[in-house]
Ligand binder design. Structure first.
Ligand SMILES: Cc1cc2nc3c(=O)[nH]c(=O)nc-3n(C[C@H](O)[C@H](O)[C@H](O)COP(=O)(O)O)c2cc1C
Length: 215
């Protein structure tokens, strides 16, 4: 099963569309898939209880019980993980960050060796969407690279990243205080470039599904 996580409050927005394209790519390679919407879940980020690091504790397990708990359990069995978020103030949303922190931290020990306790090697990918234009991509995603770099390290396979810039935010720009955007230019980008971004997400999802578990 390839799992994808939507860190946007918009269940059918740009991020969800890109995630679905990636899952369609995975399906085309024969994978089973599931898209998880994170915003409806009642959940918190890591509460720093350190249960996951107790010598007598269960390593690789987050002891905090809430609506992310069953999702974290499913991630243990997954064949691949795809994390998607819109960019809010140069970062991913708190909902996705909560999931990533709990997943990463519960599988990390403070030992000098054997730092990660995830038992298998599985691929992961990240999808980011944002309102600024594409030339800002590197400076935006460079600001929170620790999370996707650590994820690849922990899962044993370098993560892929796929971005979509210049996001289409409203269906009618004339209704909003937004004259820094040219609606015709936004629409053209949405009609011509966004489908190409989705195609790249599709190919990424297909590649991810074709990677054999490398355990
Ligand atoms: C609270 C908030 C903060 C935002 N901050 C940024 C930002 O720092 N940089 C940027 O390029 N876009 C920013 N945006 C635009 C979103 O990234 C854009 O609307 C997003 O791609 C929409 O994805 P969605 O349709 O999946 O929700 C922001 C939007 C919101 C609501």
């Amino acid at each position: 099963m390839i799992l994808a996580f939507n860190g946007s409050p918009r269940a059918h927005g740009n991020t969800a569309t890109m995630l679905q394209a990636a899952l369609d790519g995975a399906t085309s390679a024969g994978a089973k898939t599931r898209l998880v919407q994170l915003y409806p879940l009642k959940a918190k980020g890591c509460v720093s209880c350190f249960s996951c690091k107790l010598k007598t504790g269960r390593h690789g397990y987050c002891a905090l019980k809430d609506e992310l708990s069953p999702i974290l359990e499913m991630m243990e069995e997954a064949d691949g993980l795809i994390f998607g978020s819109p960019i809010y103030y140069n970062n991913i949303t708190p909902e996705l960050l909560a999931l990533e922190h709990r997943f990463l931290f519960s599988h990390m020990l403070y030992n000098k060796e054997n730092r990660w306790v995830f038992p298998r090697r599985i691929p992961s990918a990240f999808i980011y969407t944002f309102g600024m234009t594409a030339e800002h991509t590197d400076s935006i995603i460079g600001q929170f690279s620790a999370v996707h770099n650590r994820m690849g390290e922990m899962l044993g396979v370098k993560s892929e990243i796929c971005c979509s810039a210049n996001a289409w935010q409203f269906s009618d720009y004339s209704l909003y205080e937004a004259d820094r955007y040219d609606p015709a230019e936004k629409k053209k980008y949405h009609d011509e470039v966004f489908p190409e971004d989705c195609r790249k997400a599709y190919e990424m999802g297909r590649r991810l599904a074709l990677m054999k578990e490398q355990a």
